[in-house]
Design a binder for this molecule. Structure first.
Ligand SMILES: [Fe+2]
Length: 352
């Protein structure tokens, strides 16, 4: 029901207008002065206020100014005698919704109230629609967020599982992929890449040797020197990794970066002898992380070479084999930030 407040110091006007509106089905309150009108307005949420201008102690204009401080939608109709027509016109400029000339005729009054009622109802409907839209948008957003989150978790669990599968077949390199992934993410962060990129590089690192699944275990874990044929077989793991990952629903750069993790800046790497910019930035980072981790760790055919030799390798071949900025970031990490290899499972990001 539309709620109306009538404020006038003349009782006859108040009562007449009140009767007109109550008979027309409105809820009506009245106030004999603006101060009482202000109190009633603060207590009730009126849709329409009809107020006289000149009243003792507080004017209708002051009442309107009070209402407009907190409510821009309430319809405020100013009642005016001839002497105050100009003031009423000014009041409209200041925020009144309209004015009624005294003496007020019933038909004119009800027509004016009806017009304002339509505006109030339209405003209420618009507000309701906006609230509903907002609610729907919020629900939709949270549904998309939660679906994306659960899809991300599913994909992350598959990445963790794949990492595990490879390392179970090749226990001598246990933790290698996780250490490479974590180091690569730390290098990416050092290079000031966004967090999602760093976590994506970590994810690629966790599965970069996935192609080793096709290499016989006897060759992977063979102590001592391996033959040229065996080396060729091991080398195939980059291409095999690409072949596997390009068939699954992962971003294409996962497969590409895995295929490139043994390439070198000068084209001396494998499988495609790519050079410089032909190699993805995520691959450049993985290449350095892979070399450093491999040299620092024990292998079936040699003991661990240690951090100094690993850093010497990337320093000596900075620019020729490895991306110079990646090398610098990696050196900073170990020398300034005292980075230590970490085989824990960190946060990963798979763009979907
Ligand atoms: Fe590898």
């Amino acid at each position: 029901m539309i709620k109306v407040l009538i404020v006038d110091d003349e009782m006859s006007i108040r009562e007449t207008l009140c009767t007109f509106l109550e008979n027309a089905g409105y809820h009506v309150d009245t106030a004999e002065n603006a101060i009482k009108g202000r109190t009633l307005f603060d207590q009730n949420n009126y849709d329409i206020v009809v107020t006289d201008i000149i009243m003792p102690r507080m004017t209708g204009i002051e009442l309107m100014e009070h209402i407009r401080k907190t409510n821009s939608l309430c319809r405020i109709l100013i009642m005016t005698g001839e002497a105050t027509v100009e003031t009423a016109a000014k009041a409209v400029k200041m925020g009144a919704s309209g004015y009624l000339n005294k003496p007020i005729l019933k038909a004119d009054f009800l027509a004016e109230i009806a017009t304002n009622t339509e505006i109030v109802l339209a405003q209420k409907l618009k507000h309701l629609e906006e609230t509903e839209k907002e609610l729907y948008r919020g629900q939709l957003e949270s549904m998309v967020l939660s679906r994306t989150e659960s899809l991300n978790q599913s994909m992350a669990s598959i990445i963790y599982l794949l990492a595990d599968v490879v390392e179970h077949r090749d226990p001598y390199t246990s933790g290698h992929q996780r250490k490479v992934g974590n180091l690569a993410a730390a290098i990416a962060l050092k290079l000031k890449h966004p967090k999602d990129f760093c976590n994506m590089v970590r994810a690629i690192g966790y599965i970069h040797d996935i192609g080793k699944i096709v290499v016989p275990t006897e060759i992977l874990s063979k102590p001592g020197k391996i033959s040229p044929i065996e080396f060729k077989l091991i080398q195939q793991h980059s291409q095999s990794g690409y072949d596997m990952l390009s068939k699954v629903v992962l971003p294409h750069n996962f497969a590409v970066a895995v295929s490139q993790h043994h390439e070198r800046m000068d084209g001396s790497g494998y499988p495609n002898n790519l050079k410089g910019d032909e190699i993805l930035m995520e691959s450049h980072i993985l290449i350095v992380a892979d070399v450093v981790e491999a040299m620092m760790s024990h292998r079936p055919y040699r003991p661990a070479l240690g951090i100094d030799l690993a850093l010497e390798e990337i320093t000596l071949n900075r620019t020729s084999k490895y991306h110079p900025q990646v090398v610098d970031a990696c050196l900073d990490l170990f020398r300034d930030n005292h980075y230590t290899l970490d085989d824990s499972l960190g946060e990963i990001h798979i763009p979907i």
